[in-house]
Ligand binder design. Structure first.
Ligand code: SAH
Length: 452
């Protein structure tokens, strides 16, 4: 098989990221933006030893799952994976992704895995956008998304995933940017000021945050920026400058300065108020997060729960939503601003039985063992890389009655469930939850208990 050759083939499966797969001459060929069931002429773009990449040259027989993409930049932008298949077909893919990972890697009985919980909305659900800034050939500043596997900016044009005010917020920011013309950051030589436009929206309260990530301590004409944003955005609650002077792909720097307002917005989730600042994690799909937390609460609850430990707690949302059912809540989180928010969130909601620790989850868990804390239930909600092996040992050593694992990566989840089983904790039930419609990502909630 050589580059530029064209073969006719049928798409038979998806990769975990949602790219279509076909087999040509015994080799797996990955073809993005295709649907299982498509028969197409495929041009080979790149070959490796055991696999190749291709693109559709001509779609001969479309899959019955296909729909017309409702976004003009779907084939260029790296934001969505699935605007070309029905939401039902996407849910089937996600169910299978979780099922395959848990049964094949985790060795879990497939009968324990429930039906995926669809998102209440598959449009405009994202309450957070981090838009890279660039200039076009005429020197105009623009905001958008990176093209897949590249740092080329595709300008944003009515993005279907983003909260409604983000288009107006982007427009208002660009109005200032194109009047004042600060330099735009260039990652090759680390020159220029403007890096990202970072937007957050509290859907329930209607509060909007505009955060500008800059390679500088100060922006030119900050007052004018605040003036334009305030006059064009009635929802505006705060404007923040995030300073990122590092040579890095990490979007935000460690320091923020408020240019207007208090530097945070407040949203409501599960009947509680939550303060969200730029550096704190907050679930991007608010209404689906309520369902996710509802399932976690159902899995966590038993008649008697004295102590609940919420590891990787972010701003404390999951634990605080269950605080009224327990005697003591201990949350652990590594980002200092998130821990600060978690403490404020407890106060804001009149919760006085919560303690938040700023530390690495594994180290904090070891300290809890030293303090002789015996939680009845431990919640784990780690980032994609999953839990450290050491943490799995320590959590098991604490012998909670229940462990609830909320995961955003089925493969690391499956690996960790297998490790837990080696410590005597077994899966009782699991359910995939679609937090990120139209992308390849899927969340899973799992309940484990000890087998005596
Ligand atoms: N449970 C929260 C946050 C989940 S996201 C919610 O639902 O909102 C995962 C969180 O783990 C992030 O806030 C991240 O900052 C934190 N984190 C990442 N690595 C960590 C570590 N080693 N120890 C503790 N927290 C960590």
């Amino acid at each position: 098989m050589k580059k530029n050759e064209i073969y006719t083939a049928q798409i038979v499966d998806y990769t975990t990221e949602g790219s279509g797969i076909c087999r040509i001459e015994g080799m797996a060929v990955f073809v993005p933006n295709t649907a299982v069931g498509d028969v197409a002429d495929i041009r080979i773009l790149k070959t490796a030893k055991n696999y190749a990449f291709g693109k559709i040259e001509e779609l001969k027989v479309p899959s019955p799952d296909r729909i017309k993409p409702d976004c003009p930049v779907f084939d260029k932008c790296g934001g969505c994976t699935f605007r070309h298949i029905s939401y039902d077909a996407e849910l089937r893919f996600k169910q299978k992704r979780v099922y395959d990972a848990l049964t094949r890697i985790g060795g879990i009985d497939g009968g324990l895995i429930g039906e995926i919980v669809p998102s209440p909305s598959d449009r405009a659900y994202r309450n957070k956008a981090q838009l890279p800034l660039s200039t076009d050939k005429d020197g105009n500043i623009r905001a958008g998304f990176f093209a897949p596997h590249s740092h080329r900016v595709i300008p944003l044009d009515g993005c279907a995933l983003q909260a409604a005010p983000f288009d107006r917020a982007t427009e208002a920011f660009l109005k200032w940017a194109n009047e004042v013309r600060p330099s735009v950051y260039n990652e090759n030589d680390h020159s220029g000021i403007l890096r990202h436009l970072y937007l957050r929206y509290a859907e329930k309260t209607g509060e909007l945050m505009v955060c500008i990530v800059a390679n500088a301590d100060k922006l030119p004409k900050e007052k004018e920026l605040v003036g334009i944003l305030r006059s064009e955005l009635p929802e505006l609650e705060t404007v923040v400058l995030n300073i990122n002077r590092e040579k890095t792909n990490v979007i935000t720097g460690k320091h923020c300065r408020s240019l207007f307002g208090n530097g945070y917005i407040t949203d409501e989730l599960c009947g509680l108020k939550f303060r969200i600042s730029p550096l704190s994690f907050y679930q991007v799909n608010r209404s689906q997060a309520e369902r996710l937390y509802g399932i976690a609460a159902e899995y966590a609850s038993s008649d008697q729960c004295e102590t609940l430990v919420d590891l990787y707690c972010g701003t404390g949302t999951i634990g605080l939503s269950m605080a009224h059912k327990v005697k003591n809540l201990i949350g652990v989180e590594i980002i200092p601003q998130a821990v600060e928010d978690a403490g404020k969130n407890a106060e804001l909601n009149g919760i006085s039985n919560a303690e938040f620790i700023c530390a690495d989850a594994a180290q904090a868990a070891a300290k809890l063992v030293e303090r002789n804390i015996r939680p009845d239930c431990i919640i784990l909600d780690p980032p994609r890389k999953g839990c450290d092996t050491e943490l799995i040992g320590t959590v098991s050593q604490m012998q909670p009655e229940r462990i609830v694992y909320v995961s955003c990566d089925p493969a690391t989840l499956a690996r960790d469930l297998k490790r837990f089983s080696e410590h005597g904790y077994y899966v009782r039930k699991a359910v995939p939850v679609d937090m990120f419609p139209r992308t390849g990502h899927v969340e899973t909630v799992v309940l484990m208990t000890k087998c005596d």
